[in-house]
Design a protein around this ligand. Structure first.
Ligand code: ZN
Length: 443
């Protein structure tokens, strides 16, 4: 299918295109006003009169492997550090097979919720899991979803003053060699990239300053992005002060990461002056509302960060602290928690902007996250046919307020990847059974 007219949609999250969207060669070629027809013949017409069309959602923080430890009895009802200490030994049992099935499940869930681009922060490399990045790339390619695969890492274990046990850390040389390897092998540059690589040491309490600094230099050398957890909890604040003698943001600057190559997960406990510094340097922040509520971590200062000029994106976070991978649900949670923190002037459009344009900026991409001529044809189409939408007035507001959680159609680069609510290339029942069986060994 080289060209398609998505005709007369019920609503579109873009101005002045009630006549629909024309897709040609994987890009958005035209936005049509009421009654306007495509400027030249198209191969296919899709009647979208039942559909609300959004830009494909962009998820900027996750840990796919954690789908194997959802609602884990040893971890529920704990705050971050206690939750992590309970789970590290469980996670050390991760194998290549369980990594693959966890990745496939998370990607499928994301796609079905309307996500067309995702990142994953994978920092766990038990002894026989050297090819974790390769597994993730293979699975993303199979499903046809865009992905920023982050080569995460941990090298500061308990014996050196860090949080994780020895069993889940690697040494710096091994980590940096694999970063070089995966960048050379997989990192695509330019418009329409399907796979990109970012470097992502896990957090101040699980990596050394030396590794952070080296990853910053490597990202600059290869022009790729940097990602880490920062300012998630007060415990982390205390850790940075006692271990490094500085605040998390001073630490970030100290290791050479205070620049527009970096996007942070959570970014909750920042002072007024921290927020201004982040904005001045163009550091992105991925707001993870569901996880932050679940672990009682706090609220990202979305409004102040955006006002200061920092890109704000949205993420579901790992499936042991969400515990689902549904970014439309994340949009709804973002609206609610931000309403509670600020006031009713935070709108559903703000939450949708974080999940699309804001997230795209966090990943350093200008070719996705928006329905506009020239952008990639990445779209999520929802119907309002379920009972939960009956009686709804504003179709776009209804998606967020009534709780949409499953797209009817999803398109990536002009190709349908979800049709009638089902991914085109995946047997869902088989996936559910295989993943459920794999998860049993983590209990
Ligand atoms: Zn995380």
């Amino acid at each position: 299918m080289a060209s398609l007219h998505i005709k007369t949609p019920l609503a579109v999250l873009a101005d002045d295109c009630a006549g629909g969207i024309v897709v040609r060669d994987g890009r958005i070629a035209e936005l049509l006003r009421v009654g306007q027809r495509p400027s030249s013949p198209v191969d296919e017409v899709f009647d979208a009169s039942r559909h609300v069309v959004l830009p494909g959602l962009v998820n900027t923080h996750h840990h796919f492997y954690q789908t194997l430890t959802r609602a884990h009895p040893q971890a529920i009802n704990k705050k971050l550090f206690d939750w992590l200490k309970a789970l590290y030994p469980v996670w050390s049992r991760l194998t290549p097979d369980s990594m693959r099935i966890a990745t496939r499940l998370a990607l499928t869930e994301l796609l079905m919720s309307g996500v067309t681009t995702t990142s994953d922060h994978h920092y766990l490399f038990p002894s026989d899991l050297d090819d974790a990045m390769d597994i993730q790339v293979e699975e993303a390619r199979k499903l046809g979803i865009r992905m920023t695969v982050t080569r995460g890492s941990m090298n500061l274990s308990e014996k050196d003053g860090g949080l994780p046990p020895d069993s889940v850390v690697q040494d710096e040389d091994e980590i940096l060699a694999d970063c070089e390897r995966v960048i050379a092998k997989y990192h695509e540059r330019g418009e329409g990239a399907a796979i990109q690589i970012a470097l992502a040491p896990c957090s101040p309490f699980s990596v050394t300053k030396s590794l952070m600094t080296a990853c910053g230099a490597l990202a600059e050398k290869h022009d790729c992005r940097l990602h880490t957890h920062l300012a998630e909890t007060h415990d982390e604040d205390e850790f940075c002060k006692s271990m490094f003698g500085m605040s998390p943001l001073d630490y970030l600057e100290n290791v050479g990461w205070l620049n527009d190559r970096t996007w942070l997960a959570h970014g909750i406990h920042f002072s007024e002056s921290d927020v201004k510094r982040l904005g001045r340097h163009g550091v992105g922040v991925c707001h993870c509302p569901t996880s932050n509520m679940m672990l009682a971590s706090g609220q990202c200062r979305t409004r102040e960060l955006e006002a200061a000029g920092a890109p704000v994106g949205l993420g579901v976070d790992g499936s042991a602290s969400n515990d689902s991978s549904n970014l439309m649900e994340g949009v709804r949670h973002a609206l609610m928690i931000n309403r509670l923190t600020y006031d009713a002037s935070v709108t559903h459009l703000d939450a949708l902007r974080w999940a699309t344009q804001g997230s795209a900026r966090c990943l350093g991409r200008s070719d996705i996250g928006e329905i506009a001529v020239g952008k990639q044809a990445d779209l999520a189409l929802f119907t309002l046919d379920e009972l939960r939408f009956s009686g709804a007035g504003d179709p776009i507001a209804a998606l967020v307020l009534c709780g949409a959680h499953r797209a009817d159609r999803v398109m990536v680069a002009g190709q349908w990847k979800v049709i009638d609510g089902w991914p085109v290339d995946i047997d869902i029942a088989q996936l559910r059974a295989a993943h459920g069986a794999a998860a049993l060994s983590f209990l």
